[in-house]
Design a protein around this ligand. Structure first.
Ligand code: SF4
Ligand code: MG
Length: 282
């Protein structure tokens, strides 16, 4: 774990679920024997994005809602490197929702961790598309008029190949989920229910602690059962690996020009003299 430590102090609020996810991530990487120079961690903008300088490893902190295209591109350039992308519920289901849709349908061979704290925490607690309708928030004291986006049902409608759900208060389970997600063949969608004690006063740490339970004896190949478990959060919330299908080729495996290649794209980069070509444009 020390290999991933850096001197920068965490600035998250006391009790923030980011601490748990941050710890689980390091633990998962260490348990998989992945060193900091052997992984790429890509962060969207948000409170979670401030994790990018709170640990070592190759890290990228990009534009709001745009973490997935960058992570997918980096992975396609170097298939040897595990790539994880992190995004909040605000950016991922509003500004970046198009990227999320196409990442799932493309089955990019990357992990996506949704820091799901039910609001835009970094900008002081505005409602996101996943905030319950009617819930008073900073910029909407009477609640939002829009319906809450049914995020899990939406993800399942895209025919994902890996869906899991964790809770920021259960570090051991999050570590196991992340290890399985990293080993998954295609796009791994991981919904991390994250406590935000400063702005989320509806799904608090205590609320989640009371409702979340680890699923046991569950057939992760049963799509319909997994979807039903994922969607039904009214009384209890199932956590763990809900669905996994390793039989679907990932995006890279479907790229015909890459089939049979022993090298990665980054290894094929070479200097070319384009001066003759450029003369056509002057
Ligand atoms: Fe964590 Fe919420 Fe504070 Fe952001 S505002 S650091 S998500 S507790
Ligand atoms: Mg959020």
């Amino acid at each position: 774990m020390k290999d991933y430590s850096c001197a920068t102090q965490c600035t998250w609020c006391d009790g923030c679920g980011d601490y748990g996810i941050w710890t689980a991530l390091k633990r998962a990487l260490v348990e998989l024997n992945i060193s900091p120079h052997g992984v790429l961690l890509c962060y969207d903008v948000g409170c979670h994005g401030n994790m990018s300088d709170k640990l070592l490893g190759y890290r990228f902190h990009g534009l709001h809602g745009r973490v997935l295209p960058f992570a997918a591109g980096a992975k396609l350039a170097n298939m040897h490197l595990p790539v994880l992308a992190f995004g909040g519920d605000g950016a991922s289901f509003s500004e970046g929702i198009g990227h999320l849709v196409h990442a799932v349908r493309s089955n990019y061979p990357i992990v996506f961790v949704l820091h799901n704290n039910g609001n835009y925490g970094l900008t002081t607690g505005q409602a996101s598309a996943l905030t319950p309708q009617g819930q008073p928030m900073t910029a909407s004291p009477n609640g939002i008029p829009e319906q809450t986006l049914p995020s899990m049902d939406f993800i399942f409608s895209l025919e994902p190949t890996f869906v899991a759900r964790g809770f920021s208060g259960n570090i051991a389970e999050m570590s196991e989920i992340l290890k399985a997600a990293i080993k998954h063949r295609g796009f791994a969608f991981v919904d991390m229910l994250q406590a935000c004690p400063t702005y989320n006063h509806f799904a608090t740490h205590e609320y989640l602690l009371e409702r979340c339970y680890t699923i046991e004896n569950h057939d992760t190949s049963d799509f319909q059962k997994a979807r039903a478990l994922a969607v039904d959060t009214s009384k209890k919330i199932a956590t763990g690996i809900l669905y996994q299908n390793e039989n679907v080729p990932n995006f890279y495996e479907r790229l015909v020009p890459r089939q049979g290649k022993k090298t990665t794209l980054v290894e094929e980069v070479e200097v070319r003299d384009v001066s003759t070509l450029m003369k056509n444009f002057v």
